[in-house]
Design a protein around this ligand. Structure first.
Ligand code: ZN
Length: 142
């Protein structure tokens, strides 16, 4: 990949990184505020707990994405960015554009997802769907 393209992805990733960090700070602020409400009998403890856990869940999801962004940035530095980690082929630029944190080409990703679904029910990991909104990536003709 050309340096100019790498710089562009680096910028994209850094921007996304800042957005997430800001948002995580907001989330932390929100949970502290809610904790301050504690004690009053007008507080519905059950819903408080639910919102606490959903904040946490959201936070975890974003932290995971943050890790992926850091990882992608490291790969840019190492010169490995844009190459599928499984088969070593170049990742389609349009796919990178849509999901700059992606580690695999569309073929490998599809294969991995198929295996995950077959062997596990957990919504654990590798959802780079958190980047876009879980849309199926169209690799240009199938
Ligand atoms: Zn691949």
């Amino acid at each position: 990949m050309k340096k100019k393209e790498l710089d562009r992805f680096r910028k994209l990733l850094n921007e996304e990184r800042n957005v997430i960090i800001d948002h995580l700070r907001e989330l932390e602020g929100a949970s502290v505020k809610q904790l301050d409400l504690g004690g009053g009998d007008s507080v519905d403890l059950a819903s408080l707990e639910i919102s606490q856990s959903s904040i946490q869940k959201l936070g975890n999801r974003e932290k995971k994405l943050l890790n992926k962004i850091d990882y992608a940035l490291k790969k840019i530095d190492d010169g490995d960015y844009g190459v599928c980690e499984k088969c070593g082929e170049d990742i389609n630029p349009a796919r990178l554009e849509a999901r700059p944190v992606t580690q695999y080409c569309i073929d490998c990703k599809t294969e991995l997802e198929t295996n995950e679904r077959r062997y596990s029910d957990s919504e654990e990991d590798d959802d780079d769907s958190s980047w876009g909104e879980g849309e199926k990536f169209d690799d240009g003709g199938s």
